[in-house]
Every structure is written in structure tokens, then in C-alpha cells.
Design a protein around this ligand. Structure first.
Ligand code: BES
Ligand code: MN
Ligand code: ZN
Length: 514
């Protein structure tokens, strides 16, 4: 991964391949942002004019390269667009900085070292720029350049796309400022875990079975002092986990339930994160049609987010107890698969009539939520690529938040916004419950088509004890980017919801979850 460091040296004296500056869209043309004063001085105060001549406007996503002024130790200046110039006296928003840093990092693949002279006002700007750089430089290269890789390491080097940016040096940050240093360290830990989650999501299902995922989680837990327990298919059957068994029984790759527990000395509050970990969702006997299954390796994005969040909490040493639950199964059709019409007896004891085997996420989550609730955490948050309906409702960049508690839902929405994740509160309308009535079981796994994302939330709520606070994040839209990269978001797995979960853990560590 790209290295991130802070320096006190100036833009003129830093020996790098490129200096990154910000340029905003002013009312009368591009305006060079704060942080780039030394660079602008090298241009005799004419950097904005030079950039304008080259066609730069300061629009978001725009990059313009110019040769550095003579006397500079770095040969190139890269100006990245920041969008509309803020009102006088206002700072740039953190998400603006995060995205611009991501755009810069993406356009600098193949480059060894960049000095970054974007505007830094407060420690939160250091965090945002650091996150943008380290998330934007992400590349998934495991399966690239196969022929050359087989031929040997040296040949593999020039195979496929360029290497990610090697090192980013933040110029505006203060190395002696503890808050700046802490912000950079936090950005490094957080983005390493987000990028780990992206790797997991991007890994094809033939190389990431439930057992393989559990092994990776076990190793990650060991590395960071997290206690890990794995229930295999035998333990699941014995324990009565009818949802996990029912979804996983059609596959030759059996299900797992992973429990990761991070405990901190002096912790006052506790959280449980539950992730949907369908390593491949074919739909099962209710098979998805062609065109709907090519990206279904993404269906473990919730579990990847939970793993990343628990590990980040541990790496940051947050004073909160966090338990992560990974509900892992592969949803496949076969002679041993659950049939539409079968009834499952869930971990909670409730029976579920499976009307559609493609509504499998709620089945594995229900078991994991019931199990998590036994430990009486202060709140349970589940994360899942649960419904196509949520994508229809909110689009591809916003996740839905449902909850049995208004405060928890509002808190999550606010924290998501501060972390730069687009999210929106969604209701759990009581009238949708009757659609889930089954003539033979306690509940069916499919209800009305209209409001399908909310119906799934209502199903899950049935497995949350009355006195337990619970929220559900449906990340089906933003978990995976099938389009072109933008900002700090690559193609493929994005690591959606991790920043929000980590922010919630920090919120609880501060004792603010009430
Ligand atoms: N994993 C899918 C939801 C999904 C679809 C996520 C596309 C990301 C992209 C989920 O298991 C599913 O198949 N849901 C069904 C539920 C329906 C059968 C009630 C859906 O949304 O169509
Ligand atoms: Mn499905
Ligand atoms: Zn699914």
C-alpha cells in the first residue's frame, strides 16, 4: 500500500516526482487553494493563470499537469480540482478534500513519490486527505499478468497496469502536532482495513469460500489481539442454526459463523456488528437469471465490512468492546439445496417458510443477530448487500439505514455524513409485516414486492429481542462499483459502511451511545 508521511519541508525543497496542489472553481476562473503558496510563488503568483491557459477550471475530478518552476526539487506540479470555491472564511469540506486526494492518487499510479500541498486547516483535513490518498491509490492486481507472473518476478513487474503511487508526503500537516500525527495514523489503519475488505470483495468466489473467509478472519484476529471463534457446519447443525445451514446446504463449500471479539480494558459500552457473508449468491433453486449473477461474489461485502471494522477498532485501541459476527455461506442450487416451500427452524426457535431461496441474506443474518443478542450488547448493527429494492430506492452510492430505535438511526446517519459516506434513513412500516405471514410457519422469507428493502428490514427485526437496540444498513448499492472509478472509489469492491461502523465504535468509546 501507498506509504503516508508528514513533513515540515516546503514544496520547493521536497525531492519527489510531483507536487499536488488544489485548484477551486472561482467566479472568474480557477483559484489556487491554500497550501500551494510556495508553488504559486515559484510561478510568480501566476499559477492560476497558467492553469486556466491549459484549460483548467477547478471542477471536481479534474487534473492538470504543469512542469514545476525552476529551482524546485520535484519536476511536476499536478493541480487537482476542488469544485466550487467556498464562501470567504469557510474551509473546504472534508469530503471534498478526500475526493480530490483520491483523484490525485489515482492519476499518479506509476509514480514513486508525491508531495501533497492540499489545504490543511485542522487535523480532520489531514485525516480526510490521508484517507483519500490511501483509498484512491488502491488497485486489485492479484489476478493480473498471469503469463508473465508465471515466467518470473522480473517480467511480472512490467505486466499489466502501473503500480500504485509509492509514497505520499503531506506538506501542510504539522509533524509535531499530536492531533495531526494521530489523524495520519488513524487514516493509515482505517484505509489498510478498507483496502483489505476491498480485496476480499474482489476475490472471486472460487478462491473465497466460507471456510477460506473464516481462515482469513482468524489470521487477522490473531494479528491484532482479537479473539476468534469459528463454528463449522457440524457445530452450526448442532447449535440449531437453521438459517445458516438452510442457505449453505446446497453448496459443496459449507457455511461458517465467525465470532470476533475485541475487548478493551476500561470499556463502558459494547457493540455487535453482524455482516452478511454470502460468498456467492446464485439465488439457489430460485436461480438468478443471466445478467444478475456475474457480480454476486460481492454478496459478502457486509461481512468484509464487519471484519475490517473490528480490526480497525482493535488497531486504534478504542475503549469499547466490539464483537463482529460473520454469517458465511454459499447460496447454490443442487440436489441438497433448500427448496422453495421448505421450512427452516432458526437459531431463535422461530420457523421460516422459504418462499424464495434468493432471499437468503435475511436467513443467515437472522441466526447471527439472534446469537449476537444473547450477549446483550448496547447496540447491534447489521450490514448487508440485502436487496435490489434498496438500489432502486437510493441508487448506487447511498446505503439505507433502518432501525428499531430512532436515536440509533439518527446517530448512524450523522456519523456516516461526517465520515463522508452517503446514507439515508428508511422506515419500517408496520403495514408491511402482514405480507410476511406464512400459512404454515411463523414467518415467510418473502413478502410484498413494493418496498422490498423495508420488508427485508421488517423480517430481520423479528429476530431482534424487544429490549435490544438494532440498526440495519442495506449497502446493496454502494458496496460494489460496476462503473468507472470516481474520487477515491475504485471499480469493484468499495469498502462501504466501514468508516461509519468505525465512527460508531469511536462514538461508543467516548461513552456517547445512550
Ligand atoms: N444479494 C441479493 C441482493 C443484491 C442484488 C445485492 C444486486 C447487490 C446487487 C439478495 O440476496 C437478493 O437476491 N435479494 C432479492 C430478494 C427477493 C428475492 C425478495 C432481491 O432483492 O431481488
Ligand atoms: Mn439472493
Ligand atoms: Zn444475497
Amino acid at each position: 500500500m501507498t506509504a503516508l508521511t508528514l513533513t515540515t519541508s516546503g514544496a520547493a525543497t521536497l525531492r519527489a516526482d510531483v507536487i499536488v496542489v488544489g485548484v477551486a472553481k472561482g467566479p472568474a476562473g480557477p483559484v489556487v487553494a491554500a497550501g500551494a503558496e510556495a508553488v504559486d510563488k515559484g510561478f510568480d503568483g501566476r499559477l492560476a493563470a497558467v492553469l486556466e491557459t491549459l484549460g483548467a477550471t477547478g471542477a471536481e475530478g479534474e487534473v492538470t499537469k504543469v512542469p514545476a518552476p525552476s529551482g524546485f526539487k520535484s519536476p511536476v506540479v499536478l493541480a487537482v480540482g476542488l469544485g466550487r470555491l467556498p464562501e470567504k472564511g469557510d474551509a473546504y469540506g472534508t469530503e471534498t478534500l478526500r475526493r480530490a486526494a483520491g483523484v490525485a492518487a489515482r492519476s499518479l499510479s506509476g509514480t514513486k513519490k508525491a508531495g501533497v500541498a492540499l489545504p490543511v486547516d485542522a487535523a480532520e483535513d489531514v485525516a480526510a486527505i490521508g484517507e483519500g490518498l490511501l483509498l484512491g491509490s488502491y488497485a486489485f492486481t492479484v489476478y493480473r499478468g498471469g503469463e508473465k507472473k508465471a515466467a518470473g518476478k522480473a517480467a511480472a513487474k512490467d505486466a499489466g497496469p502501473k503500480e500504485p503511487l509509492g509514497e505520499a508526503v503531506l506538506l501542510g500537516a504539522k509533524t509535531r502536532d499530536k492531533a495531526h500525527k494521530a489523524a495520519a495514523d488513524r487514516a493509515i489503519a482505517l484505509t489498510e482495513e478498507i483496502n483489505r475488505a476491498r480485496d476480499l470483495i474482489n476475490t472471486p468466489s472460487n478462491d473465497l469460500t466460507p471456510a477460506q473467509f473464516a481462515a482469513i478472519a482468524t489470521a487477522a484476529g490473531k494479528e491484532h489481539g482479537i479473539k476468534v471463534e469459528v463454528l463449522d457446519e457440524k457445530a452450526l447443525a448442532k447449535g440449531g442454526y437453521g438459517g445458516l445451514i438452510g442457505v449453505g446446504q446446497g453448496s459443496v463449500n459449507p457455511p461458517r459463523l465467525v465470532r470476533l471479539s475485541y475487548t478493551a480494558r476500561g470499556a463502558k459500552q459494547s457493540l455487535a456488528f453482524v455482516g452478511k457473508g454470502i460468498t456467492y449468491d446464485s439465488g439457489g433453486i430460485s436461480l438468478k437469471p443471466a445478467g444478475h449473477n456475474e457480480t454476486m461474489k460481492l454478496d459478502m461485502s457486509g461481512a468484509a465490512a464487519v471484519l475490517a471494522s473490528v480490526v480497525t477498532a482493535a488497531r486504534l485501541g478504542l475503549k469499547v468492546n466490539v464483537t463482529g459476527w460473520l454469517a458465511l455461506a454459499e447460496n447454490m442450487p443442487s440436489g441438497s439445496a433448500t427448496r422453495p416451500g421448505d421450512v427452516l427452524r432458526m437459531y431463535s426457535g422461530k420457523t421460516v417458510e422459504v418462499l424464495n431461496t434468493d432471499a437468503e441474506g435475511r436467513l443467515v443474518l437472522a441466526d447471527a443477530i439472534s446469537r449476537a443478542a444473547e450477549e446483550n450488547p448496547d447496540a447491534i448493527v447489521d450490514v448487508a448487500t440485502l436487496t435490489g429494492a434498496m438500489m432502486l430506492a437510493l441508487g448506487l452510492r447511498t446505503f439505507g439505514i433502518m432501525a428499531n430505535d430512532d436515536d440509533l438511526r439518527t446517530t448512524l446517519h450523522e456519523l456516516a455524513g461526517e465520515a463522508g459516506e452517503a446514507a439515508w434513513p428508511m422506515p419500517l412500516p408496520a403495514d408491511l409485516r402482514k405480507g410476511l405471514d406464512s400459512p404454515i410457519a411463523d414467518i415467510a422469507n418473502m413478502g410484498e414486492r413494493m418496498g422490498g428493502g423495508l420488508v427485508a428490514g421488517i423480517f430481520l427485526r423479528e429476530f431482534v429481542p424487544e429490549d435490544t437496540r438494532w440498526a440495519h444498513l442495506d449497502i446493496a448499492g454502494p458496496a460494489f462499483n460496476e462503473g468507472a472509478p470516481f474520487g477515491y472509489t475504485p471499480k469493484g469492491g468499495t469498502g462501504s459502511a466501514i468508516r461509519t461502523l468505525v465512527a460508531l465504535a469511536e462514538h461508543a468509546a467516548a461513552g456517547e451511545l445512550d
